[in-house]
Design a protein around this ligand. Sequence first.
Ligand code: NAD
Length: 432
Amino acid sequence: MVKIAIVGTGYVGLVTGACFAEVGHTVVCVDNDPKKVAKLKAGGIPIYEPGLAEIVKRNVAAGRLRFTGDTADGVRNAEVIFIAVPTPPQPDGSVDLSFVEKVAREIAGAMTEYRIVVDKSTVPVKTGEKVAETIRRYNKHKVECDVVSNPEFLREGCAVEDLMKPDRIVIGVTRPRPVAKMKEIYAPFHAPVIVTDINSAELIKHACNSFLALKISYANALALLCEQSGANIDDVVQGMGLDKRIGRAFLNAGLGYGGSCFPKDLSAFIHIASQLGYDFRLLKEVERINADQKAHFLKKIRDTLWIVKDKTIAVLGLAFKPNTDDMRSAPSVEIIRPLLQEGARIRAYDPKAMAKARELLPDIRYCQNAYAAATGAEALVICTEWDEFRNLDLARLHKVMAHPIVIDGRNVFDPKKMAEAGFVYKSIGRPE
Ligand code: NAD
């Protein structure tokens, strides 16, 4: 059992803290947002993530998980301190590391004996060196410290499962001393462990996210070819994905990627590469294909409706992906805003993200369920592939809509079934 502090109790910090507690470690989660800490202390969960609420509740009750607003409290009561604060993008694509630096200073200020400080935030290669330097500079007691890079690979929407059953654990160190403790923390998860230097560990994370984004853009480029040639993207990616060298995951054509990670990590990686003297044109193209995909989908909506002004459009799905309430860089926003500007009325429904969506999209009508959103709509647009949309009663949907037109940005429905149900159905890369 290891005593752990996690600074930054967001999507990564809270799920990591809860899962560490679940396997028996003692965890204190720190956050500088007093409202978040108060909510957690009162038994509330500030984010939606399947299975998370139960784990938090169980471990708080067992005395293995608690919350505080005070970093020094975390540093005093832990052998290992994880940093899981935001690393947002700056206008030039580079990473804003001020959150990480601030936390490193706070940890250094509170450290009175040896600690392991682990960076879990996604950071540019060579950040670990800077964190170590900052801790040395701001530690008054001049105690020893090891900085470790331990990037996080969880996916929102199945974060608990990803944390409990990781594909691998990456541990970047400058010397062997912290390795045993890191392995002890991760031993209950039974995953392959890769021990490497800090720069390689940091690079692994950006390399992974960029490669996954590349797969999505590749599938989207193929979908365009399918639309031009009459081929079917579903069959093309299945034929590709069964090849073990390629794999089926992330070869999904659609609206393009969004979320809090891919867009920012890709632009960060392009920026990092350029600072290291390499023009990562391959990834610039991945970004361009992704942006074009949204423009292409908007054109599909315009081509179908002819004039968007004064039309009532239902939008199903607002979160950047299913099973989360996260609206950061959600593609739905990039679709809805231009439609609003062109004079459309939007009636939207999302199973979990409507509260967060209201802050970004105040001028749309939020509805209780998919049928309510579709009522009176002249077209229905799908932006997120929630499972509950797959199971909609098509006859009922057809009945409530003013015109049975569905423009599907996530290929949720079978085109044949939609035609049989009497819909005009447009999707991505599949014959109509
Ligand atoms: P988040 O915004 O959900 O959470 C970050 C938390 O840190 C917030 O609660 C914020 O209040 C807190 N915070 C900020 N400054 C602080 C400080 N000085 N002291 C204490 N708390 C502070 O962000 P996230 O999605 O959890 O991402 C965190 C990091 O993990 C980022 O670098 C991100 O790129 C990376 N990451 C995210 C995911 C994901 O799916 N969200 C996956 C892998 C890696």
